[in-house]
Design a protein around this ligand. Structure first.
Ligand SMILES: [Zn+2]
Ligand SMILES: [Zn+2]
Length: 142
């Protein structure tokens, strides 16, 4: 678990000022088991009075600085998670599972994929994103 002073250091080492709203956004994302979208963050911080555009800038600034990883799962929603290895679900870049029914996203630790035939060089270099789609457990039971 990162403390507030850890989060402040994280911002400072990336040349970003440790503003209250940035710290609040980091605290929210740090506590999540999966990546959060801008509306998720706005909703979680609704009582703090920051406007949507401030929080959006916080997310994009911290993603540009490398503190956050922007996760694009192809559903036109950008989600963000901490890129820092000391959080439970982040660590290195990892695959995600998107539920096609409810939109729930889970972080996956490891997925082994075997691809046959000829592929673009980027595949062999590992410069590709793997994403899995299907029904989450809750939607399978429903
Ligand atoms: Zn679902
Ligand atoms: Zn993740």
């Amino acid at each position: 678990m990162l403390s507030d002073s850890d989060l402040r250091d994280l911002l400072r080492t990336h040349d970003l000022r440790a503003t209250q709203s940035r710290l609040a956004v980091l605290r929210i994302l740090h506590g999540q088991p999966s990546p959060s979208s801008h509306p998720d963050v706005t909703e979680a911080l609704a009582s703090n009075g920051w406007d949507r555009s401030t929080l959006y800038r916080n997310l994009t600034d911290m993603a540009a600085a490398g503190i956050l990883r922007r996760v694009d799962l192809g559903d036109r929603v950008w989600r963000y998670e901490l890129a820092n290895a000391s959080t439970q679900h982040s660590g290195n870049d990892h695959p995600h599972f998107l539920c096609t029914a409810c939109g729930d996203v889970s972080c996956l630790e490891k997925v082994d994929v075997t691809i046959g035939g000829s592929v673009p060089a980027a595949v062999n270099l590992g410069h590709v994103a793997i994403q899995l789609r299907g029904l989450c457990d809750a939607c399978t039971e429903a």
